[in-house]
Each structure stands twice: as C-alpha cells, then as structure tokens.
Design a protein around this ligand. Structure first.
Ligand code: MN
Length: 532
C-alpha cells in the first residue's frame, strides 16, 4: 500500500450539481486551469450524457489541458449510452479516466431496479447489478485503461453485497474502487468499517476511494476516517461545493493530512499555496460566497481579534496558529490598496494573487481600478479579482451596453429611471424613461423600452460580495423569452447599476441565442435508471 493519497477533484461535476451553481463553459475552463496549478491528480470534468453542455465542457477541458496536467475523468452510469458519451467526450486526451457507477443499496435497488427485466427478488436484482457492473467496465476499457467504479449509496449498502460488487468490479478491470457515502449518512466509524469490508474483497492492487457528503457535517471527518482505514484516493471539491450540503472540501482534507501528518502518515502532491486562489475563483464563478469563518479559506481563518490572541501571535505565531496563512495562499499582509495607490502597487498585488493581465489590457484594468477606488475607501482582494476579470469588462460588440443610468426615488412619487442604452449593431444611443413599483422595476421597464422588446423576469437576487459598508453588490437575474432562459450577473458598489447590468447581460445572452447552462435536470438523471 502506497502512502501517497490521490486527490480527485469533482468541483466541476458534483460541485456543479449544487443547486443554483451552474457554471459557464468559460468558468469551468478557468477552474480546470486552477485545479491543474493546484496539482490535483484527477479532474472529474463532467457527466457527458446528461446534457450537450456537459459533454462540451469535458471536450473543451481535454483540449485545454496539456499532457503533464491531471487525468481528466468523465462520469457515466453503468449504461452503454453513458459510457459511449463519456468515451467520445474524452477522445484525444492523453490521460483520461471513465468513472462508472451503479446503485447498490437496498433502498436504491428497490427504487431503480423494480422493472421485471432486473428480476423478481432482491437476490435476482443484485445479480443483474453485478452483470451490469461487469459489462460497463468492459465497455469503458475499450476507451481507456483507467476505469473507476463507484457503488452508489455504498454508505447504506449491505457489507456482503458491497464485497460482491467490489470484487466483481476489480475482476472486470476497474483499478480505482470508490465507496461513496452518497447521502451523507455515515459516521467516521461506520464509514471506516465499509473500507475494512471492501479492502479484503478488492485485493491489494485496487485503490480504494472516499466520496463523502456533508449532510451531517461529517464529510471531512468521514474522508479522513476512510484514509485511516486504507483509502488512497479522496474525492473532494473546492469550498466543499456539491449536491445538497456539499462534498468534503479539498482545502480542509489537504490541510488536515498535512498538519496532522504525524497521525495520518500519508503525503499528497497539492501545491497548497494556491488553495486560497482556487477558493476565490470558485466563489466568483458560482456566485456562492465563502463564509468568513470557513476553515482554511475563510477571510477570518488567519485573523486574530482578541487582544490576548493578537499579543500571543505577535510574540510567536504558533501560539494561536497551527498552519501559516502563506501555506494556503491566504492574505497575511495588511497592505491596503486605495485611490492613492499607483500602477506599481496594483500590478504587483495582482501578480501576487496570480491574476495575469495581458499588456494590452493593463490600461483598461488600471482605469477600472481608479474608477472603483474613487467610490470606495479600500480595495479588497475580492475586488481585484473582479477588476482583473475581463468577462466583467464592457464589450461594445454585445447587442446592448448600458451607457448611463439615473434613478430617482422619493417618499411621495413612484420611483423613476432614465436609461441610456448603446445599441451594439448601430452604435445608436437610446434614452428611455419609466416608472415602476420600485427602482429596479423602473430600471427594467426603461431598459425594455430602450431595447424595444420586453422579456419576462424569472428571478432576481442581490447580495453583498465583499465586506464593509462600501461593499460590491452582485445582482443575479434570469430572464426568459418563450422557452429560452438566460442568466446575467453583474457587480458594482451601486446595487441599482449592478441590477441594470445583470439584466442587460441576460438579455444579451438571449439575443445571442447561445445554449445555456442549467439544462441538466439534476434529480431526473440521478433518479432514473432505464437501460435502453
Ligand atoms: Mn456525490
């Protein structure tokens, strides 16, 4: 048994299944590059059969990453069409893996394999599952020699049957055997017991893997219990993103294994100094903020407030810190960027944050910085990620761009908005005024008037993105036109302006008629099992 733990990151697959966290293709590519820099061993890039967007994301990630980069993995149910789709999406990749799974717990078997063709009794249904396991692995091996098998809901699977499935999968040629606690039901001791049961049936060559969910807040504890019980792969996500309460978080598992190497006695290949950057990128791409008190990557994880603690840390950091901020890429400096900062201060900080800015973009980035610094006391690192991200910059090639916005609200009159909209196709500036139930309603009515075609507002969310009263607000809107849906997101210190820009981005998405993320019906694909 090796003492190195393989890090399998599923932010782009299980993490993408977080309700409301649908990622754009561009966002997924950025995350894949950050995962490669972080040094994860395997990236689970998607579930190709579930939607054309998922298949495209896997293909694009295979194309974007080099031979030295992590293994790219695609998920497939133990079904011929799924494995074909996974194999096709991975085509051309040098180091690829197919991860196939089938449900093994009694409750899943009763729900998914009740059709007569799977057998009349539990015994017959289990036999069918073993046969499908064998067939799926054999088919996956036609595409790659790196095949992983998962016994879905292993956490609630009978140990005897789990043993049968595991030995069948190893005999069929799977080299990694995942024992997922799909529902987050296990405790550390019960999860460890599953590994003890699986170990004897898997034989010495197969790598056993953990996959834990946080429904009881035990995902990281269970993952570590799995490692103690012999697991040498951990399936994790950045910021603990994932279905329902999420998966075990990569930053917590990685640092627990490092800080307590004395107990676990294993190594891993992660460049933990990039954990902070990875966490911030995933927060921006998904719109899911990280809680300030989140372990390892929260903004308070290395902040000291109490006088006694501050004094102790000044004497010797180790009095109150078990790891250093630098180990995880957290900000241990107190350099403040504001309106008096020059270009040197800005770009050296961006460099340190790993935010590359092309020479051609530097003037535009600096202008954005100065414009924001004029409206804020202090520029935070989170602001810099937005300033440096070209996706949030104005692009005159888009159908509509907001040129100006004036909103008036008072206690005696209905709110009124005046907008000036730049029409990309003609360069024309259209001004429109409207009143509404509230200022946002007034803005959206005015924008509809200027753009010439009303759309239906499906949802609208506003939240503070960075700390303090001069925080950036982020608006997230979904608009529809008939059956087509599009999402828009914008940030500004002015929430009304962010609301306007998010609405325009969503409308531009509809006008460009691009296929949208979010077509993946989460419950549907996981709950239905209907082999063709
Ligand atoms: Mn999962």
């Amino acid at each position: 048994m090796t003492d190195r733990v393989t890090f399998f990151d599923t932010t782009l697959r299980d993490g993408e299944q977080s309700p409301g966290a649908a990622m754009t293709l561009d966002g997924k590519l950025k995350i894949a590059r950050v995962l490669a820099a972080l040094g994860v061993d395997v990236i689970e890039a998607g579930f190709p059969v579930s939607s054309p967007q998922q298949a495209e994301a896997v293909r694009e990630i295979v194309a974007a990453l080099g031979d030295e980069d992590p293994v790219i993995c695609a998920l497939a149910r133990a079904k011929s069409g799924d494995i074909e789709a996974a194999g096709a999406a991975l085509r051309g990749g040098k180091r690829t893996r197919i991860h196939t799974f089938i449900a093994t717990s009694d409750i899943h078997i009763a729900a998914k394999f009740s059709a007569p063709r799977f057998g009349a009794t539990l015994r017959e249904q289990r036999k069918s599952i073993l046969a499908m396991t064998r067939d799926a692995i054999a088919q996956a091996l036609e595409y790659t020699d790196d095949v992983e098998f998962s016994a879905e809901d292993a956490g609630r699977t009978d140990h005897g049957f789990l043993c049968d499935v595991v030995s069948t999968a190893v005999e069929a040629g799977a080299t990694t055997i995942n024992i997922p606690d799909t529902t987050g039901y296990c405790t550390p001791s019960s999860y460890a017991a599953l590994f003890e049961a699986a170990r004897t049936c898997a034989g010495p060559s197969a790598i056993l893997s953990t996959h834990c969910h946080d429904d009881l807040g035990l995902a990281v504890a269970n993952t570590l219990a799995g490692v103690e019980a012999g697991a040498r792969q951990v399936e994790v996500t950045i910021n603990g993103l994932g279905e329902r309460a999420g998966n075990a978080s990569i930053e917590e598992v990685a640092m627990a294994l490092r800080v307590r190497a004395d107990q676990y006695g294993v190594t891993h290949g992660l460049n933990t100094e990039t954990l902070g950057e990875a966490s911030r990128l995933v927060a921006v791409v998904t719109g899911f903020p990280v809680a300030p008190n989140k372990a390892v990557v929260g903004s308070n994880a290395f902040a000291h407030e109490a006088g006694i603690h501050q004094h102790g840390v000044l004497q010797n950091r180790e009095t109150y810190e078990i790891m250093s901020a630098g180990d995880v890429g957290a900000d241990a400096e107190s350099i403040r960027l504001g309106r008096h900062s020059g270009r040197h201060g800005l770009f050296s900080r961006l460099d340190r944050l790993g935010l590359e800015v092309a020479d051609a973009d530097r003037d535009a980035v600096y202008e954005r910085f100065v414009a924001l610094a004029d409206r804020k006391k202090e520029i935070y690192d989170a602001d810099l990620h937005l300033i440096a991200n070209p996706a949030t910059m104005t692009d005159s090639a888009t159908p509509f761009t907001l040129a100006s916005l004036t909103v008036t609200t008072s206690t005696t009159e209905p709110p009124q908005a005046e907008v000036t909209l730049l029409i990309g196709a003609t360069g024309e500036l259209r001004v429109e005024t409207a009143t509404g139930d509230g200022p946002v309603d007034a803005i959206y009515r005015a924008l509809d008037g200027a753009a010439g075609r009303p759309h239906r507002l499906e949802s609208y969310t506003i939240r503070a993105l960075t700390g303090a009263a001069d925080a950036q607000g982020e608006a997230l809107v979904v608009v529809s036109d008939g059956p087509a849906l599009a999402q828009g997101k914008a940030t500004s210190t002015d929430i009304l302006r962010a609301s306007a820009e998010a609405y325009i981005e969503a409308r531009n998405g509809l006008d460009n008629d691009r296929p949208q993320e979010g077509d993946f019906v989460q419950e549907g694909i996981m709950a239905s099992f209907d082999p063709a």
